[in-house]
Design a protein around this ligand. Structure first.
Ligand code: FAD
Ligand code: SF4
Length: 495
């Protein structure tokens, strides 16, 4: 710790965002490039070295936060990079995308703004790449054992990197034409530019991991064939079966799923399309669902030039401060948060009929109505109470030419036949069942990430990937020195 009084003398300062008017005209990341490094050592020095770091416990990866805060405060970037990469394969992903449960658990956050842990993580990761502190780490020797990883999201990539580095020969099978899972075609580039992904994939190729894209296991290659060709199989296929909204008018053209819409915008960014066939340009857009996927649709629609955008949230507007009884420190509270997309919508006044930042809270969709051509033209809603009972007299209609359903995901997508071909047992929530060592009911087949845990976060996905790698390594060799930051039944800290 450089300055033991840092938290008393230095106020919290976040990585500044570019002006709204500038950033909505491009798809680059919203933060000001280069503006983090000059402020971050002082910010890291706000860490109190509190003795029992709850931040460390709140991070599913068990990131060694106080250690790297201290190293950054002293500008020892090499050591900071080593300590960070000891627990996280992809800190530039989490440094940009993680909702930072660690900051909710920061001891300083009891009565002051938390340390900017996520920003410190991102600064270390970016600096490490700039300085060449993260060269490929191929194994010294091969074990002769082979592993197939199905799915190239953060779970599959973390598992593959850990197993490759442990000396196993690993092939990642991905049904999409490009690698990265939801980080490729779900999450927009303004949250994380894709070159961060490409750079890690280059590192992994150089370490010896093999990739097979455009190959859906179950459809293009039989799941049993894979099982007989490899010593172990890891299923990391995500949970992308989307939830439906079963109301009148759902069949109208222009009522789309968020994950039909976002991949097209991402494909424009990749250069596959000149413009999105589902573009929001000139349209009145209503997003049904108040979560992060909805916010990603909001930021995308704003950049595409929507005439208006409104986001509906079925829950009441949360308060600005945590409810100490229901969600005490150090848990991650549901509070009013203003994402970059909400800030943009608010400043641009994209939804004159909604609240200041384009969100309508406690709003339940009743039905859609359309025109003679079968295209959606309006969304009818009603305000609801905490038990989702309609409040009389609150019904109204919003103009809607494009409705995006962002209602979350129910479990793994089973259309490729992988689950049925292997005869995998499912849990009560439709996810792939596994035992305490990540093993499914099929010998030699393991399951990890959203496919087994259910819809989650990048940080959990990486933790799952690391943990399943340790389990597979143990299965193949009888012991393992790979770290396992979580068990399959661990859940976020809660009351
Ligand atoms: C729009 C959106 C935005 C999000 N934003 C954030 C965020 O900002 N921060 C955050 O922490 N989390 C975010 N999440 C959640 C996060 O992306 C997921 O929790 C995480 O990607 C799960 O990782 P995974 O590797 O388990 O699965 P996925 O990322 O879903 O990857 C699974 C991969 O498996 C492939 N696959 C599936 N079936 C087969 C098959 N049969 N054969 C071969 N390949 C197959 C899929 O094509 C996919 O590439 C977001 C999710 C969405 C939908
Ligand atoms: S991965 Fe997320 S929870 Fe862990 S230190 Fe980084 S921002 Fe915090």
């Amino acid at each position: 710790m450089g300055d033991p009084r840092g938290f008393l003398t230095t106020p919290r300062q976040d990585w500044p965002r570019r002006p709204v008017g500038e950033r909505v005209r491009d798809w680059d990341e919203v933060c000001v490039p280069g503006a983090l490094l000059p402020i971050i050592s002082k910010q890291a020095d706000r860490c109190m070295d509190c003795g029992i770091p709850f931040c460390h416990e709140a991070c599913p990866l068990g990131n060694l936060i106080p250690e790297w805060n201290d190293l950054v405060a002293r500008e020892d970037w090499r050591q900071a990079s080593d300590r960070l990469h000891a627990t996280n394969n992809f800190p530039e992903f989490t440094g940009r995308l993680c909702p930072a449960p660690c900051e909710a658990g920061c001891v300083l956050a009891i009565n002051q703004p938390a340390v900017t842990i996520k920003n410190v993580e991102c600064a270390i990761a970016d600096r490490a790449w700039e300085e060449g502190f993260t060269p490929p780490r191929p194994p010294d020797r091969l074990t002769g054992r082979t592993v197939a990883v199905i799915g190239s999201g953060p779970t599959g990539l973390a598992a593959a990197q850990q197993l490759t580095r442990a000396g196993h020969t690993v092939a990642v099978y991905e049904r999409d034409d490009r690698l990265g899972g939801l980080m490729r075609y779900g999450i927009p580039a303004f949250k994380m530019e894709k070159h961060h992904l490409e750079r890690r994939l280059e590192q992994m190729r150089a370490e010896g991991t093999k990739f097979r894209t455009s190959t859906a296991v179950g459809r293009d290659v039989g799941a049993d064939e894979l099982r007989s060709r490899y010593d172990a199989v890891v299923i990391a296929t995500g949970a992308t079966a989307w939830r439906e909204l079963d109301v009148p008018g759902r069949e109208l053209a222009g009522v789309q799923q968020a994950m039909e819409y976002l991949p097209l915008a991402n494909r424009v960014g990749e250069g596959d399309l000149d413009s999105s066939p589902m573009s929001a340009a000139g349209k009145h857009v209503v997003i049904v669902g108040g979560g992060d996927t909805g916010a990603d649709c909001l930021g995308t629609a704003v950049r595409e030039g929507a005439a208006s955008v409104t986001q509906l949230d079925i829950y009441a507007q949360p308060g600005a401060e945590r409810d100490e009884d229901a969600e005490p420190w150090p848990t991650y509270p549901r509070i009013y948060r203003l994402s970059a997309a909400h800030e943009e919508a608010g400043e641009l006044g994209t939804a004159p009929a909604a609240d200041a930042d384009a969100r309508l809270f406690a709003a339940s969709t009743l039905r859609f109505t359309g025109d003679a051509d079968g295209r959606v033209r309006a969304l009818h809603l009603v305000e609801v109470d905490a038990r989702r009972r309609p409040r009389p007299g609150t019904g109204r209609a919003l103009p809607a030419d494009l409705v995006l359903l962002a209602l979350g995901f129910s479990g793994p997508d089973r259309t490729d036949g992988l689950v049925d071909q292997l005869g995998l047992e499912l849990g009560p929530r439709g996810t792939i069942a596994r035992d305490a060592s990540f093993a499914t009911n099929v010998p030699g087949v393991f399951a990890a990430g959203d496919a087994a845990r259910g819809q989650s976060l990048i940080v959990w996905a990486i933790a799952e990937g690391r943990a399943v790698a340790a389990a597979v390594d143990h299965h193949l060799t009888g012991s393992s020195r790979l770290p396992a930051p979580i068990g399959p039944y661990d859940r976020p800290m809660a009351v």
